[in-house]
Design a protein around this ligand. Structure first.
Ligand code: UDP
Ligand code: MG
Length: 338
C-alpha cells in the first residue's frame, strides 16, 4: 500500500450510528457531505468515499430519511439494524460493513457534538503514518457540570481498574483498514470499543477539538444508561474488581487479629460476658477467610472469562520477508525516506 501524501487517494467512510435522530440527520448529512466534497476536490480522498448511516432500530423517521437522502446524495449509504442493539453494537456493525469498502474509517456521533471540521486533519495524520487518530475534547465547558463530573469520574475509575482508555475521547476517531481487520478478531459479545482500540496498538495520535452542544434532539444516554455503560466498560475490560475481594479478605483477616487481641485484653480485665471473645474473633476471622476463598475462586472465574472472549493473542504490525510475493511491509514515505 502506498501512502505517499495524496498520491493515491484513499477511500474514506464516515460511520454514523443513529438512534432516533430525525431532528439532526439532515444537518449532519449536509455538513458531512460538504466536508467530503471539499476533500475530494483537494484529492485528499477517493471519490468513492461515503457516509455510512447505521440506523440502530430507530422508532422515528430516521430510516425513512436515510432512504430519502440515498437517491439524490451519492455520498449517502445506509444499513439498518432490525432492533435497537445499542450504540457500541451499531457502531461495530457500521465499522465491519465499512471495512470491506474503505481504506480509512472515521466514526462520529449523529448529533454534531464532535467538530466535523477536524476530519481533514485526521486524514492528514493518517497520511503521516498513523493508523489510529483519536478525536479528543479540549474542554467540556458545554456539558452540564453533572455530565462533566460523571464522565470525569468514569475515566478515573477506568484507569484505576486497569482499563487503558484515552482521556476525554469518545467514539470520534479515525482507524485504518488494518486496524479494523484486527478488530474483527475480537469475537466477544460485550465489545467496548474505546478500550479495545488502544489495546490493539498500532501507531496512534490525537487531534483536539472543542465539543459543542447537541445540535438538536436529546441525549440517548440518560444517567441509567450511562451507569450501565460504565459498569459494562469496567467489567468487560478488567478483572481487577475480583482482586479487590481478595484484598478485602486479607484486610479482614488482619483485623481479626487486632479484634482478637482487643477481646483478649477485655476478657483479662474481666469486662466481658462468657463467649464474647471467641465470638468476636471468629466473626472477623471467618469473614476474612470466606472473602479470601471467594477471591481465589474469582481469580479462576476471571481466567475462564478471559478465555471465553477468545481474544487474539497478538496483532501483527509489519512483516519483513525476502519473498516479494508475501512481502507485506507497509512503507511510509516519511518514516522510510520514500
Ligand atoms: N445511539 C445509538 N443507539 C443507541 C443510543 C445512541 O446508535 O441505543 C447513537 C446516537 O444516535 C448518537 C450516538 O449514539 O449518534 C451517541 O448518542 P448521544 O449523542 O445521545 O450520547 P451523548 O453524546 O449524550 O453521550
Ligand atoms: Mg451526543
Amino acid at each position: 500500500m502506498d501512502n505517499n501524501m495524496y498520491s493515491t487517494p484513499q477511500t474514506l467512510y464516515i460511520v454514523v450510528p443513529c438512534y432516533n435522530e430525525e431532528e439532526v440527520l439532515p444537518e449532519t448529512i449536509t455538513r458531512l457531505s460538504s466536508i467530503l466534497r471539499q476533500m475530494i476536490e483537494k484529492h485528499a480522498i477517493d471519490k468513492n468515499s461515503a457516509i455510512l448511516l447505521v440506523d440502530d432500530g430507530s422508532k422515528d423517521q430516521t430510516w425513512r430519511l436515510i432512504e430519502q437522502y440515498f437517491q439524490p446524495n451519492h455520498f449517502v449509504r445506509g444499513i439498518k439494524l432490525a432492533h435497537n442493539a445499542g450504540h457500541q453494537n451499531a457502531l461495530f456493525a457500521g465499522l465491519m460493513h465499512a471495512k470491506e469498502r474503505a481504506d480509512i474509517v472515521i466514526s462520529i456521533d449523529a448529533d454534531l457534538q464532535d467538530d466535523v471540521d477536524v476530519i481533514p486533519e485526521m486524514v492528514d495524520k493518517y497520511h503521516e503514518g498513523y493508523d489510529v487518530v483519536y478525536g479528543v475534547r479540549k474542554d467540556r465547558s458545554t456539558d452540564t457540570s453533572f455530565k462533566r463530573f460523571t464522565a470525569q469520574t468514569f475515566y478515573r475509575l477506568m484507569k484505576k481498574l486497569g482499563a487503558d482508555i484515552v482521556y476525554n475521547h469518545a467514539d470520534y476517531r479515525l482507524v485504518s483498514k488494518r486496524v479494523l481487520e484486527q478488530l474483527s478478531m475480537y469475537e466477544e459479545r460485550n465489545l467496548f470499543l474505546r478500550g479495545v482500540i488502544p489495546m490493539i496498538g498500532f501507531p496512534s495520535t490525537y487531534v483536539y477539538y472543542s465539543r459543542s452542544e447537541r445540535f438538536a434532539g436529546e441525549s440517548k444516554y440518560p444517567l441509567k444508561k450511562m451507569l450501565s455503560f460504565a459498569f459494562d466498560g469496567i467489567t468487560s475490560l478488567s478483572v481487577t474488581p475480583i482482586r479487590y475481594i481478595t484484598g478485602i479478605g486479607l484486610a479482614m483477616s488482619f483485623i481479626s487479629l487486632i479484634v482478637g487481641l482487643y477481646s483478649f485484653i477485655r476478657e483479662m480485665m474481666g469486662h466481658t460476658v462468657m463467649g464474647w471473645t471467641s465470638l468476636m474473633t471468629s466473626i472477623w476471622l471467618i469473614g476474612g477467610i470466606q472473602l479470601i476463598c471467594l477471591g481465589v475462586i474469582g481469580e479462576y472465574i476471571g481466567k475462564i472469562y478471559k478465555e471465553t472472549k477468545r481474544r487474539p493473542k497478538y496483532h501483527l504490525e509489519t512483516i519483513l520477508e525476502k519473498q516479494s510475493s508475501v512481502d507485506r511491509k507497509r512503507s511510509h514515505s516519511n518514516v522510510w525516506g520514500g
